[in-house]
Design a protein around this ligand. Sequence first.
Ligand code: Q9C
Ligand code: ZN
Length: 347
Amino acid sequence: MITFYDPQHTRHAPIFEFYRGARVPCFENPSRGQFVFDELHARGHSLRVPSVDSTAAIHQIHSARYIDFLRTAWLQWLALDSNNAHVQPFPSAWPVRNLRSDIEPQNFIAKLGLYSMDNGTPLDAGTWAVTKAAADAAVEAAHCIANGERGVFCATRPPGHHAGADFMGGYCFLNHAAIGAQELRNLGFAKVAIFDVDFHHGNGTQEIFYQRDDVFYGSLHGNPSTEYPFYLGHADEVGVGNGLSCNFNLPLPAQTNAVDWFAAYQIVANRIAQLKPSALVVSLGLDTFIDDPIAKFKLTSDDYFELGRRIGDIGLPTVFILEGGYAAQALGVNAVNVIEGFEASYR
Ligand code: Q9C
Ligand code: ZN
């Protein structure tokens, strides 16, 4: 399977985030990419560096002012104080409900709040370049599918499914799965399905396609009443307007084991098969793993081989986009197990 990897991903390496009131090392860090790279290499998979420019597709998914902010944010931050090269900016105010989000404030931290859903998504000097390269990979993966590939894997970071049209959140900046799905549409795939198997609901992806009937979004995730992203991901969110019935959420309780998870998986997979889409994008979060430090499902490494096999059984040309998964050492094995399970389904 063609696998994309950006060797420059280490340029997005914020140091700390806030967790239960304390500063802790970032869960979403470059070791994740390194462990995936090492396992791909060890098991004989070749890697490609993305070389297609995703700018046009990024603009189809994200607002112009958000893209401009993200692209220039680190320079704006440095312009305030040269010592800021070693300081991580965090938002501290957000335009909730009746506060105005139509006017971009001049204050940098206020802009950061305008374009963020949380204070858990730290920026770094290389953030734009690294998330842009992941978007490039998603777009190039769509081109590979249009050229007849059965499966393409984007072993990229940071993740993307929490990022909405005009905001970052949950370690995500650009929504690479949405960008890849959009590019599949651009290339003539009439209906695209996104299957989000990350532990967390992909609120950004849902929002982006909520009114559209050409891209279906289905997600299996921890119940948002107790799990991040908290404010979206309930079962009664089924799409609006043209998009009515093109969104499907299946929230599951914390501590869900593999037997129950795969039973729920099959409900979403069957729904996708019934739609007869022409291509599939998988938001492949591997934070459903039993040892994940911030999530609460109980899949084992062997279960990811089975997951890959079942995704292959859906029978569609498939782009995998790596999302979460914070047990970094196991992430490589788990990701490559999905790839090899998928390959085994059609060999
Ligand atoms: N501050 C993904 O898996 N915060 N994002 C966790 C630590 C949100 C996870 C608590 C977790 C977001 C793509
Ligand atoms: Zn997640």
